[in-house]
Ligand binder design. Structure first.
Ligand code: ADP
Ligand code: ZN
Length: 741
């Protein structure tokens, strides 16, 4: 099997033109009959690693998957691509099972999904033998392979039996796949599944397309407003995680009152309600799922644009997995964590409640580990280093920082010199013989007369009460920051005893300065509007919306989620390249043979209709060629600025938009975009020639009423009588007036 065969099959069945990192090697190893172990983060593209070989080999591939939802999802997506796939599990009746078994024996099926317990039912094993003799078994794929390991976070006893497969079918190649595995779990998987000299691929766990940020919680009302603002500015689906059922209900109700289509999900709802809410969210009938962490496992929705942790997560690993549900499709997505010290206390309280259910004794070891994990979350949230670097460190990955896609990298916090306070703190640690945690040290510094202070005679220390000028929170932040910066060591046994190290002494000897980040308000974040900023012309956005609507209608007709028809990435490309022939349509990423056949005409009809309203600029050059040409021309900032300036000069010389467009061989929409961007970057432009003054007044009023956050809201509010271009430029002027740059 040559490389070009698998590439060709990738395009034919899945519509993709290139492999993601690691896919090709894994597929080649599998095709060569070798065992494999694929460790890739969520969204890394694991499925194709066993699906593509399944298509290219004779016989069927058995996929072991722990969750019914996952099976259904994958089978649905495969069928959409014209691939014979089915699943067998306990939800099916006798007749349905019989029919599916028949289809398998008829050779109409390439992939069969089963739950592990099903696999080892006597009847199924017999069936499998018949399959083997009649059409052959091409391979076994074990999805969520970490479930086989007791060291993992999601051990499932029924996975343990999988070692029997090797004994029953020693010559059939097997691949294990998982998104989470420490070194130890990896070894365990290979051993438990009895993989023979497997090809192992461990991908980087870095998710480039995820933007990480932390927002301090300040008061119930203000936090909620921040949350609302975050959601409003996002286009597309999202998840809001809350700590408790009560909070889930509260927040989802409030969001609904504020006009957001939000629904709740938690373990206290009936199965029926949970399933219903999940489906509505997956199908884009509602935008936001407000949930406890009970939600998300096995959810494959690829176009989740944001995951907000409104309450603190309990540990970093969990945070990585939960936030990682955003952006599986590789498109830009937001991961926001709200840091509230009140939540911290709540979690601490919950940890303190952990008792042995039999003896009612506190589970000290567990409590300590939980506390330690919580501290790591706080460390992440308060950290001033690149968020990505901090996160990846927990997976043993060294990331060089400066990712340009997290709040700390894009807007570093301003720093203040806290050397004197640090010296007070550290000398207090020294005087108490390095036997206490931060809380006690702070009590002493702030002159507390708590029993524990008096009991140790710490009210007699020279450092007692020398830190009254700083608040409890400030001292806590200093303590965390000292540990963070390695200027103080904290024991990891869960007690968090503070110990001095060489660097602590350097601080005390005045050989080292201590800088502390100053909390910035949310408003200071310059990236608040990232999601709104696109470089593309408005007519493309309008087309995208129309294509999206068509996708939703088609999806509803077939009762599948919209992403099963086309991903957002495909839809974006479609809106930008505007193919009007089948040949061009087939070139879109995500369009394979089956989808071309089934959907090209419907979508092209919209595109053609759209082009009558917004004719593409270059008549003698196909859109596809144009986009390709633009894609290879590096768009450096300098060239962007100079093309904008050229537009500005012509505008100020009295030319109107159409004249400039013609003269510069640009689309009018692009000229508009230039002018809007110029205003946004602070140029004062007289817009009277663009928008008649009386029209400006109306837009101003609309801005005062509904605010400037959502163009869509403005457009609706103005009853669609004003174009997006008009609204955009006036909004930019209005924003400059409100907040001069
Ligand atoms: P995982 O199981 O690792 O979380 P998936 O297999 O669900 O990831 O893939 C995530 C998304 O990426 C899916 O929408 C899938 O279609 C898409 N994808 C996978 N491989 C490619 C590829 N080579 N090119 C483009 N998109 C891909
Ligand atoms: Zn960063």
């Amino acid at each position: 099997m040559s490389n070009s065969d698998s590439l060709q099959a990738l395009k034919q069945y899945f519509g993709y033109t290139s492999f993601r990192a690691g896919q090709r090697e894994i597929i080649e190893a599998t095709l060569a009959g070798r065992d494999a172990l694929a460790i890739m983060p969520t969204g890394g593209g694991k499925s194709i690693c066993f699906q593509l070989p399944a298509l290219l080999k004779t016989g069927i591939t058995i996929v072991v998957s722990p969750l019914i939802a996952l099976m259904q999802d994958q089978v649905m997506a495969l069928k959409e691509n014209g691939i014979g796939a089915t699943f067998l599990n306990s939800t099916l009746g006798y007749e349905e099972t019989r029919q599916r078994s028949q289809a398998i024996l008829n050779g109409a099926i390439k992939l069969v999904y089963v739950a592990p317990e099903r696999l080892f039912a006597e009847q199924f094993l017999e069936f499998l033998n018949i399959v083997k003799n009649k059409i052959g078994i091409a391979g076994f794929a074990i999805d969520e392979a970490h479930c086989v390991s007791e060291w993992g976070h999601d051990f499932r006893p029924e996975y343990r039996q999988l070692s029997r497969i090797r004994q029953l079918y020693p010559d059939v190649p097997m691949i294990g796949l998982t998104a989470t595995a420490t070194e130890r779990v990896r070894e365990d998987i290979a051993q438990q599944l009895q993989l023979k000299n497997p090809y192992i691929h461990v991908a980087s766990f870095n998710r480039n397309n995820l933007y990480y940020e932390v927002i301090p919680k300040q008061g119930v009302e203000e936090s909620y407003r921040n949350l609302l603002q975050q959601i409003k500015r996002s286009q597309g689906s999202g998840i809001v995680y809350c700590l408790s059922r009560k909070r889930v209900m509260e927040i989802s109700e409030r969001l609904r009152e504020d006009g957001i289509a939000a629904i709740p999900y938690h373990a206290g709802l009936s199965n029926k309600d949970r399933e219903e809410n999940q489906t509505r969210w997956i199908r884009d009938d509602v935008q936001v799922m407000v949930a406890t962490v009970a939600f998300g496992m096995g959810i494959n929705k690829p176009d989740v644009r944001f995951v907000i942790h409104y309450d603190l997560p309990k540990n970093i690993e969990g945070y990585y997995q939960e936030s990682g549900r955003a952006g599986r499709d590789g498109e830009d997505s937001h991961c926001t964590l709200f840091l509230g010290y009140g939540d911290l206390e709540t979690i601490k309280y919950l940890i303190a409640q952990k008792v042995d259910p039999h003896t009612n004794e506190p589970l000290e070891a567990e409590q300590r580990i939980a506390q330690q994990q919580l501290r790591q979350v706080v460390d992440y949230a308060e950290g001033i280093a690149c968020r990505r670097t901090i996160l990846l460190r927990y997976f043993g990955e060294h990331f060089h920082g400066d990712c340009a896609n997290c709040d700390n990298c894009l807007t570093p916090k301003p720093m203040e010199d806290w050397t004197v306070e640090a010296q007070k703190f550290l000398s207090c640690v020294a005087r108490t013989k390095e036997k206490f945690g931060a809380g006690h040290i702070i009590d002493i510094l702030r002159g507390s007369r708590k029993e524990k202070v008096l009991q140790h005679n710490h009210d007699q220390l020279s450092t007692h009460g020398i830190g009254k000028d700083r608040s409890l929170d400030e001292w806590r932040q200093l303590a965390r920051s000292l540990v963070h910066q390695g200027l103080l060591t904290q024991t990891t046994d869960g007690y968090g005893i503070l110990k001095l190290n060489d660097r602590s002494w350097e601080v005390m000897r005045n050989q080292r300065h201590v800088l502390l980040p100053i909390e910035r308000g949310v408003e200071a974040s310059t990236v608040a509007d990232r999601n709104d900023v696109t470089d593309r012309p408005v007519d493309v956005d309008i087309l995208f919306e129309r294509l999206r609507l068509l996708r939703k209608n088609l999806a509803d007709e077939q009762e599948v989620p919209p992403y099963v028809i086309f991903s957002n990435a495909t839809l974006n490309q479609m809106a930008e390249q505007q193919p009007t022939t089948r040949k061009d349509f087939a070139k879109l990423s995500g369009v394979g043979e089956k989808k071309l056949e089934q959907y090209a005409d419907d979508f092209m009809a919209i595109i053609i209709d759209h082009q009558q309203q917004y004719p593409p600029a270059e008549q003698n050059e196909s859109n596809f060629a144009r986009v390709k040409r633009e894609a290879v021309t590096p768009k450096s900032k300098i060239s962007k600025a100079s093309t904008q300036r050229a537009t500005l000069e012509m505008y100020e010389n009295g030319m109107d938009i159409d004249e400039i467009a013609r003269d510069r061989n640009l689309k009018p929409a692009t000229v508009w975009t230039h002018l809007v961007q110029l205003v946004e970057s602070g140029y004062a432009i007289n817009c009277d020639r663009l928008v008649a003054p009386e029209r400006q007044t109306v837009i101003y009023e609309a801005l005062e009423t509904v605010g400037g956050d959502s163009l869509r809201n403005l457009f609706d509010h103005l009853r669609e009588e004003y174009t997006y271009d008009e609204i955009k430029i006036i909004r930019a002027i209005w924003q400059n007036e409100k907040e001069p740059l």
